[in-house]
Design a protein around this ligand. Structure first.
Ligand code: MG
Length: 233
C-alpha cells in the first residue's frame, strides 16, 4: 500500500504550475512588435490594468468569456487612440503568442512526473479554451494528467460547485472528498472553490504581501514545496 495522504491532486495551472505573468509579458512584447506599437511600456501597462479589471468581472460572472475576449483589447485601443485595430483579431494574435511563449520550470516538470507515479493528477483551470490545452501540450505535461477541465469549455468555472461536479464526473475512480487536495494561487477561485466543495486546500501564496482571508488547509510560497504536505501525519 502506498504511503500517502491523498489519492488525487487538483492543480490550478496559471501562476501555480506555470508563470503566467512572465509568459504573458513576453506575448505582449511580441504583440507590440507584430502591430508595430512604438511605446510598448505604455501599451502593456494600460492593457494590464484593463485586463486585470475585466478578468475580475469575468470571475465574478458579470461578463462572459466572449465579452472578455473582445473588451480587453477594445478598451485598451480606445484608451490609446488605436481605434483602427480589430480587438477580436488582436485577441487571437495575443493568444497565439501566449501559446508560443509558454514554458515550465524544469523543477516543476520533474516534480509532476514524480507525483504522477503516486497520485492521480488533474488540471483545474479557469483559462480560455483556445489556449489552455495548447499550452499544456506545448510544455509537454498534458499526458501526466488524468483529467483536464477548462472552465471555458464547460460553461462553469471555479469556485462554482457545478465546475467541481464536472471534474469529479470525469474521474474513472471516484475518490472520497477527504482524499482530494486542490492546489492553487487564487483565494477566490481555488481556495474558496475547494472549501465550498469540501476539499482540503493548498494556497500557493506567491505574492507574499497578500493577506490570507480564507482558511486554507496549507499555505506554501511555491508549488515546489508541495511534497512537504503530502505525507501522512
Ligand atoms: Mg492561478
Amino acid at each position: 500500500m502506498l504511503n500517502r495522504k491523498y489519492t488525487d491532486l487538483l492543480f490550478d495551472l496559471d501562476n501555480t504550475l506555470i508563470d503566467f505573468s512572465d509568459g504573458s509579458l513576453k506575448a505582449l512584447h511580441s504583440f507590440c512588435h507584430h502591430y508595430q506599437i512604438k511605446d510598448k511600456q505604455e501599451f502593456i501597462s494600460v492593457y494590464h490594468k484593463i485586463n486585470t479589471q475585466i478578468w475580475k468581472e469575468f470571475e465574478l460572472g458579470t461578463i462572459d468569456s466572449t465579452t472578455l475576449r473582445s473588451k480587453r483589447f477594445a478598451d485598451t485601443f480606445s484608451k490609446l487612440n488605436m481605434k483602427s485595430l480589430d480587438p477580436v483579431e488582436a485577441n487571437a494574435t495575443y493568444l497565439a503568442f501566449l501559446v508560443s511563449h509558454s514554458t515550465i520550470d524544469t523543477t516543476v516538470k520533474l516534480l509532476l512526473e514524480r507525483l504522477s507515479q503516486k497520485y492521480n493528477l488533474h488540471i483545474v483551470t479557469n483559462g480560455l479554451k483556445e489556449v489552455q490545452r495548447a499550452r499544456l501540450n506545448k510544455i509537454q505535461i498534458d499526458s501526466l494528467f488524468k483529467t483536464i477541465t477548462v472552465s471555458d469549455e464547460i460553461g462553469f468555472r471555479k469556485p462554482q460547485t457545478a465546475y467541481f461536479d464536472y471534474v469529479f464526473a470525469q474521474m474513472d475512480e471516484k475518490p472520497l472528498l477527504d482524499d482530494v487536495l486542490i492546489i492553487g494561487d487564487s483565494l477566490h477561485s481555488d481556495i474558496q472553490g475547494g472549501i465550498l466543495y469540501g476539499l482540503d486546500t493548498c494556497w500557493i501564496n506567491n505574492k507574499p504581501d497578500t493577506q490570507n482571508s480564507l482558511s486554507a488547509t496549507y499555505t506554501l510560497s511555491s508549488v515546489k514545496e508541495i511534497e512537504t504536505v503530502l505525507k501522512p501525519t
